[in-house]
Unconditional design. Structure first.
Lengths: 116, 114
């Protein structure tokens, strides 16, 4: 069965420090991968998505970057964190189904990042 | 950017009542999906409705889609305290292709009082 692992669950980092959040998927091949950010009490903002190794699309200009070094590994990074980077970060995967459109997405449990 | 806007932002009902949440979106879509999120957790997929479908059922869930109005509704019948969560709609825009994205709305916070 397919599973998605996202870690860590919580993270407190000082302003100006680097960031690396990792997400791995098991049990499927060539998934679409996503990073979302959720501010408190708000909806999900799509940050990055990837349809294959080394293929990253950025949705919002920001202080973050993403990489996909392996088929089922998606990494969210920052060289220097800002206070505004605080939030709940969610990784998700999906596959193309009927009509080459996305079917349901499967989410990790999220990382609560607090920049202090 | 947000594609969907849920309405209402918050809803409080008594156990046993029905809960209706609405979602409006802006662009043409391939499909629309509803998700549930318990506080501080990841999202769980509930139901998917394609652009050529008008209504879909899954257990106590009923979803309708009106592409002419670019809107969808989620009905939860006979609600339970365990249904308390945030509910989000998400759309896959058309044309899709290999780069199609899943864009979420702002969510409805549902509280079911026992």
């Amino acid at each position: 069965s397919q599973t998605i692992h996202q870690w860590p669950a919580t993270l407190v980092q000082p302003v100006g420090s680097p960031l690396s959040l990792e997400c791995t998927v098991e049990g499927t091949s060539n998934p679409n991968l996503y990073w979302y950010r959720q501010a408190a009490g708000r909806g999900l903002q799509l940050l990055f998505y990837s349809v294959g190794i080394g293929q990253i699309s950025s949705e919002v200009p920001q202080n973050l970057s993403a990489s996909r070094p392996q088929d089922r590994q998606f990494i969210l990074s920052s060289k220097k964190l800002l206070l505004s980077d605080s939030g709940f970060y969610l990784c998700a995967w999906s596959v193309l189904g009927y009509g080459l459109t996305n079917t349901e997405a499967f989410f990790g449990q999220g990382t609560r990042l607090t920049v202090v | 950017s947000q594609q969907g806007e849920e309405d209402p932002q918050a809803l409080s009902i008594q156990e046993g009542e029905n809960a209706t949440m609405n979602c409006s979106y802006k662009t043409s879509i391939n499909n629309l999906q509803w998700y549930r999120q318990n506080s501080g957790r990841g999202l769980v997929h509930l139901i998917l409705i394609r652009s050529n479908e008008r209504e879909k059922h899954s257990g106590r869930l009923r979803v309708t889609l009106d592409t002419s109005k670019k809107s969808s509704s989620l009905l939860i019948t006979a609600s339970r305290a365990a249904d308390t969560a945030s509910y989000f709609c998400a759309t896959v825009q058309a044309p899709g292709g290999a780069t199609n994205k899943l864009i979420f709305g702002t969510g409805t916070l549902l509280a079911v009082q026992p």
